[in-house]
Write a protein that binds this ligand. Sequence first.
Ligand SMILES: Nc1ncnc2c1ncn2[C@@H]1O[C@H](COP(=O)(O)OP(=O)(O)O)[C@@H](O)[C@H]1O
Ligand SMILES: [Mg+2]
Length: 429
Amino acid sequence: MGKNILIVTGSNYTDSVYQAFYDIKKLGHKVYLLSDGSFEPRPDVFEKHFIYNLRETKKTLDYMKNQPEKFDAVTIKTSEWLTPLVALLAKQYGCIGNEPIVAFNCRSKYHMRKALEKGNVPIPKFKLCKSYKELINGIKEIKTPCVAKPVGGNASYGTFMIRNDEDIAALKENYENSIKFLRAKAIDGDVFAFNKEEMDLIGVDGHVDMVIDYLVEEFMDGHEISVDALVQDGKVTMMGIEDQIRMAPPYFMELAGRVPYICSKEEITVIQDIIEKTIKAMGIKNSATHTEIIFTPEGPKIVEIGCRIGGDDLHETILQVTGYNLMFESMMIALGIPREYEVKTRCHTYMKFLMPKKNGRIKKIFIPEELKQNETIFDMDTIMAEGDEVGLPPERFDYIGYVTCKGKTPEEAEKNAEDASRKIEIIIQ
Ligand SMILES: Nc1ncnc2c1ncn2[C@@H]1O[C@H](COP(=O)(O)OP(=O)(O)O)[C@@H](O)[C@H]1O
Ligand SMILES: [Mg+2]
């Protein structure tokens, strides 16, 4: 019998994600959308589009409770900040999903660390800091080199390294710049705080301010990857591993990524093992996951995990590389339909972020027509628009967009992406 599926989102979708909705509808199900109304979805896809201010978690739950429609499945693509809401909605309707506290523990980097510590997953030393004074003390306790990052951040906003006395001298300014950036994001971006009532509803032990509380962590020195894995009834399948290229310290913004990650069978086993331990320690049972790992000299350690599909190009990239549509799979998991996967590499990909070359306002973004016809480019997106203010750390943490190309080899994919990105003209005033 056809089921009602509720999709929660903070942004619009690409063709392949809409394809997942068409495919699930072909199986006889109905798809509904809940968003903050920041975009107009394609017509004829969703039975109904519920619009509400999704930063108000409790009010959104009540708003949905008062609707005549009831749901058999609730899921999400990538919007990290909405994962606790998805879990709460799933619980409200009695659907398959993660427990709200599990989703919250993935959102708050402090609670994540505590859950991972309890599960004996390898992680760096960490300390919660709720003010500048606590941050200074936290750095003394953890010792340099260390990393300061907001507990509720994403996309490396406000994350920086403290290497030495010089960095400590610049700390106050860096910290204040970051808090300013985070507070601005919390007005209309993808950072927001839960209120006390909401945290109590979720069952949070030890409240945190998701906008301005910081975590100080021991610096993990090494190469970083991310893993997108699907979890169904606790069974973990790795769908894609991205080899990440990041900014040189003291900042960590991602610059580019390659899929698949080229490594030995033994290394894959090591990755599978740490991913399984992490998912178990967090208590994730049924959803997509996105995990970041750094290979330190003491072995792999977890940077973080989210109970959602990886962002930016990863949905498109994993579809190109493996043929699997993670949005479709997330809906199947939410519906409780048993899935079997056979993950193979069909091509190589390279995603390159378009970064601001300087701080200022974007005057023009010019994408030549030839790039729109270029068949090696399968995903190109501009996150920022003309007129937007952009900049680099320490003042800002902005990505303008990205371009993702495929190739028969990793080298070919990289060359295609480098060539394409050079042709995109971005003028900043
Ligand atoms: N303890 C750490 N040691 C080394 N690098 C870190 C550490 N914590 C974070 N980073 C770097 O900062 C990036 C952003 O931190 P992360 O915890 O993933 O937050 P976000 O939600 O912003 O992605 C990571 O991908 C990694 O490159
Ligand atoms: Mg991260």
